[in-house]
Design a binder for this molecule. Structure first.
Ligand SMILES: [Zn+2]
Length: 306
């Protein structure tokens, strides 16, 4: 039997079983269940190609799987993050790693061409960020808090905060049409205590996408298997075998959950389920964008509580 015979036979029996009009109604009903609302549009900013992955890789994988739109933006090209290489060749390597990470997460990943280790919160970079948020037509914007040990992280936080109102102002960066509604701005989790500790307003169970998140990190070979272990002084502990080092990475990236994040999981998932969650990603609502209530948060993130 040829494939043509197979196709014709299958088509005939389907038509015999369900009338075309009923089939059409069924398709509409299924798509209505899958997308009772417009998919959410989320854009995440990190200072370096791997920062978004660390702070929101699990959320990105969850949203992408559910049909929502996610984009990662690295504000610098990462051309300073290595012990043996730097400049153009490193930027090229890291851009390729970011593309591979985006492919594994099922999202878009853009790397802006600002130098690593030299980022400043100036008007030029602010405009780059305003354009990205507008073009993505973002419902949610995620970024680091502006208190951090690394100046690039700190200034990425400042730059996104500085864009948090300007994205709706038509006379600012007029080459890109403004948004009509200010998005919700969220901060990624960190452990810095001054001037105020991170507050986990929203926490996501990422156990079901943990492997995908680790696959995304695994794509950044120059970082997780070379640069970061070199900085930590344990480069000799990285296994040579790709499968073994991937396992080593998963163990290294598994951190104890803070009581505040566990409490947030209880709020969003209920106590029974929250107690069993091993891996989570948490976010704090920034004061400068739209202030969402709990219902709106659930609407923006239908993956919550599932
Ligand atoms: Zn970084």
């Amino acid at each position: 039997m040829t494939s043509k015979d197979l196709g014709g036979g299958a088509g005939f029996s389907l038509r015999g079983a369900i009338k075309p009009r009923k089939l059409f109604c069924l398709a509409i009903a299924i798509s209505g269940v899958l997308f009772a609302q417009e998919p959410s549009r989320v854009i995440v900013f990190g200072a370096h190609p791997d920062d978004c992955d660390l702070g929101a890789g699990g959320l990105a994988a969850k949203l992408s799987r559910a049909g929502h739109k996610v984009k990662f933006v690295s504000v610098t090209n990462g051309d300073a993050g290595h012990q043996d290489m730097g400049g153009g060749p490193l930027a090229k390597r890291r851009r390729a790693e970011a593309q591979e990470s985006g492919r594994r997460l099922g999202i878009e990943y853009e790397v802006l061409d600002n130098h690593d280790g030299e980022l400043l919160p100036n008007l030029d970079v602010r405009q780059q960020i305003i354009r990205r948020i507008r073009t993505w037509n973002a419902d949610v914007v995620i970024a680091p808090r502006p208190n951090d040990y690394h100046p690039d992280h700190r200034y990425t936080g400042v730059l996104v905060q500085d864009a948090a109102y300007m994205v709706v102002v038509p006379n600012v960066t007029p080459d890109t049409p403004p948004l009509r509604h200010n998005p919700v701005f969220l901060y990624m989790q960190d452990h810095f205590q001054k001037p105020a500790p991170f507050r986990p307003d929203i926490a996501f169970d990422i156990d079901d996408v943990w492997d995908t998140k680790m696959d995304a990190l695994d794509a950044h070979v120059s970082q997780f298997y070379e640069w970061l272990p070199w900085v930590a002084g344990d480069l000799d502990k990285v296994p040579k075998d790709p499968a073994e080092r991937r396992q080593w990475l998963s163990k290294r990236e598994t951190h104890e959950m803070t009581p505040a994040v566990r409490q947030s999981l209880v709020k969003w998932y209920g106590a029974g389920r929250a107690d069993r969650i091993r891996h989570a990603e948490a976010f704090e609502v920034c004061e400068y964008g739209k202030q969402p209530g709990d219902d709106e948060i659930r609407k923006l993130f239908p993956v919550l509580g599932k």
